[in-house]
Structures are given as structure tokens and as C-alpha cells.
Design a binder for this molecule. Sequence first.
Ligand SMILES: C[S@@+](CC[C@H](N)C(=O)[O-])C[C@H]1O[C@@H](n2cnc3c(N)ncnc32)[C@H](O)[C@@H]1O
Length: 286
Amino acid sequence: MIRNSIDEETTNVNIHSAEMTALLRCSYPNMSHDSISKCLVSSDGVNNTYQFIKHFNYPLLGRVISARAGFLLNESVRLLQARQYDSCISIGSGLSMLTYLISNKITREIAIFDCDVDEMLSERQKRISSVESLTNFKPQFSQNCSINIIDAYKKGTMLNELFPEIKKPLFILEGISYFLPKTVFSWLLDQIFHYDSKAVIFDYCHSAENSQCLDRLLNTLPDFLCKGDAIYPSTSLPINRLYQNFNQVKTYAMDEVDIILSEKNNETILLRDQNNYVPTKIVVAE
Ligand SMILES: C[S@@+](CC[C@H](N)C(=O)[O-])C[C@H]1O[C@@H](n2cnc3c(N)ncnc32)[C@H](O)[C@@H]1O
């Protein structure tokens, strides 16, 4: 029933990557605590995702996305509960229900924003509306904010102009660095640095380490990561500036994330050999 209504309403927006991560963040719900994002995925999205996994021989993709999702949920909730951030701003939300899960876990009132390009936001809204009646979605759990980060960079739009009431934000940039040129991603971090009080969580791919899985994807799918120039050898990330702008910066490789969450949730550790997955890192700066 959910699928039918989503399939009928699906437009031509290119939503493959968002459908894939929305589905796969629910692959290991013990790790991600998410069984809801998959409700926003069309049957085409499900088929495309499984074809992708098969074609690129990447059976651990679901584990990587679920572990990332669970880690971001835990870290966001920890930050929002322990500190006095006034908001949670997710950029590139796609079809992820992360902000909804966060809103259910925190006990403080904060402003929550889901930001994405216009077409994705309207698709997101349509799909949420179509499942709303079948679940316990709180209709107002977040505000939508339309932003194209590349356009904002080109036009010189300041990020804080979009959120005039917000003084102490937590920014979540999940799965978006891969779509942005390096200069744009650095600019985005610079925009976040402007806030006196802030935190940011993001993931990125680093090319410094060998991975047969990464090579396979790069060789067979030229647009993967390269298009956005998004492979960051750790030296080219503005790591120094992160240290200058935050009290604490921690970086976690995906195998560490998998160990932390597996131990916490009584799951078997799966991300042991990075030849079998794309090595990414998660940065938590507070
Ligand atoms: C791989 S999806 C990740 C979605 C979600 N964060 C998740 O992890 O499930 C990447 C998202 O980034 C968004 N995105 C890509 N380029 C963007 C841009 N220039 N400005 C804003 N959002 C962008 C896409 O529309 C898409 O929703």
C-alpha cells in the first residue's frame, strides 16, 4: 500500500542516491535504529539498489550505510542532549528520516531543518505525506529548507542568511560530500565556522588508503565521487581549520564505527577488510 502510493506519485527527479541510502539505512535496524526511511522508497528505488549492489559486487553497502546512520543518530542525540544547541540542520537530507528519529529521542525543544535541492524536497514532502497516515509521523517534526549548496557557493549566499533565528546549530552533512566539489565542501565548512557556537558531523571518502571495492567503483563508474572531485586525501580537508574552530574534533574510520556499534548492539562485526567496502570516515566536531 505504501509502495503503490509512492510509485504513483514519483516524478522524474533524480533520486537514485537518496532512495538507495534511505533503503539501506534500514538494512541493519539494530545498528541504525531506523526502520522507517525505507517506507519512502519506491519499488524502482528498491530494484535499482539491489541491482547496484549486485553489479558492483558490494554486499556490505547496506552495512556501511546502516552503521553510518546509527552513528550519526547517536552522536547527534548526544550533542543535542548534552549541549545547548538551539537547532539541528541536516543538509542533503534526501529521503532519510534521521531528523525524525532525532526529534523522537531528544527531550529538549529545538528547531529542526531538512535541507536539500528543491526537487528532492518536494519529493520528500510528497512521500512523507503519503505514509503519514500509516505511521506515527508528527507532521511538524522538521521544517524544509530549499538550498542548492553549489548555487549558494556561486552566488555567495551566506548559510546563516537562510536561518536568521538560529544562533547555535548542529549541522549534519550525511552522504553529501561525495556530490560537492572540494572547494564547495570547504566553503560549506567555512560557512559553519562563522557561528560562534556550533557543531558539525560529516562523512567523507579518503583516497589515501587502498580498497579493491573503491577501485572497482571508480573504474566502472566514472561519475562515482570523481564527478564531484570529492575524494579527500586527509591532507586536503581543512582539518587544521576544523581544529581552530572547534574545541574537539574526532575522526572515526568506518571499521571503528562498526566495532563501536556492533559491541553496543550485540551484532557481529562485519567491516573488517576495507577491500570489501569504500573506506569513508566520519568527523564529529564540537
Ligand atoms: C546520497 S544522498 C544522502 C541522503 C541522506 N542524507 C542519507 O544519508 O540518506 C545525497 C543527497 O545530497 C543531496 N545533494 C546533492 N547535491 C546537492 C547540492 N548541491 N545541494 C543540496 N543538496 C544536494 C541530494 O539531493 C541527495 O538528497
